[in-house]
Design a protein around this ligand. Structure first.
Ligand code: ADP
Ligand code: MG
Length: 243
């Protein structure tokens, strides 16, 4: 039977130079689910994603995925395993076309041309705007289209787990709605997602389970519905006072 946890961390610590940011993170992401990570600015969400994708080193604890210990595996090995990070700010190659950016996502795969074509077609089906603009320079895309392209590039890496940092940042409500719908479809079709989203209502509404981070620690976890009803979460992150 397949391991139900696609990602698990135990006592994960990490930081930058002298600064420790993560203080023993226990995270569990169930295969086939959307897991949300919420918390105020500076809580350590991006640092956690960077650690999970090998961009910054693990200092203590473990990263397990699909029954394998990937602690210290390095960015290339984590990507090859399928831990795929769509970074905050999208980081596209601005001078390259949409399609070239998408194909960059498949760069490290050992897949054949037909398989890559099929996955590219799936990205275009998910985001028809990208098909229309496939020959356009990425730098000329709107913010929402850039986010579609960044997510599409992530999908081209054949993710076991797609990690998206700040889905909605700087985007109009209509575009955010389109992106949320796209994530629902991708998830329904089997993609496991770890999402950082500053709009807590959107995040908790979309996810199966959520983890709340504060000052480098997980301070709460539960289903989206449980956390939406949690007075402490409502008070701290939804701007709702106790009734
Ligand atoms: N490159 C860096 N060097 C030093 N400190 C950093 C760096 N990036 C982030 N930090 C610090 O780490 C903490 C967590 O930041 P971050 O992971 O970006 O939080 P979040 O994504 O939840 O807003 C903050 O105190 C931030 O100032
Ligand atoms: Mg961040």
């Amino acid at each position: 039977m397949a391991e139900p946890l696609i990602l698990q961390t135990a006592g994960l610590t990490a930081g930058y130079g002298e600064i420790q940011v993560l203080w023993g993170i226990d995270l569990a992401v169930v295969r086939g689910e959307i897991t949300a990570l919420i918390g105020s600015n500076g809580a350590g969400k991006t640092t956690l994603m960077r650690t999970l994708s090998g961009l910054i080193p693990v200092r203590g604890g473990h990263i397990l995925s699909d029954g394998r210990d990937l602690t210290g595996a390095g960015a290339a090995a984590l990507l090859a395993h399928g831990i795929v990070h769509v970074p905050e700010g999208r980081r596209l190659f601005g001078a390259m076309s949409v399609e070239e950016n998408l194909l960059m996502g498949a760069y490290a795969r050992k897949a054949g041309r037909a398989e890559i074509r099929r996955d590219l077609d799936r990205v275009y089906t998910t985001f028809p705007r990208l098909r229309e603009r496939r020959n356009q320079q990425a730098a000329t895309l709107s913010g929402g289209e850039q986010q579609m392209c960044a997510i599409g590039r992530g999908l081209m890496s054949a993710p076991l787990l797609l990690m998206i940092d700040e889905l909605s940042l700087g985007l109009s409500p209509l575009l955010v709605e389109q992106l949320v719908d796209a994530l629902r479809v991708l998830n329904r079709d089997g993609t496991s997602i770890l999402l950082v989203e500053q709009d807590v209502t959107i995040a908790l509404d979309l996810c199966h389970r959520a983890f709340v981070m504060d000052m480098g620690r997980i301070v709460r976890e539960g289903s989206g519905q449980e956390l939406l009803a949690d007075p402490i979460v409502r008070d701290a992150y939804l701007g709702v006072l106790h009734e």
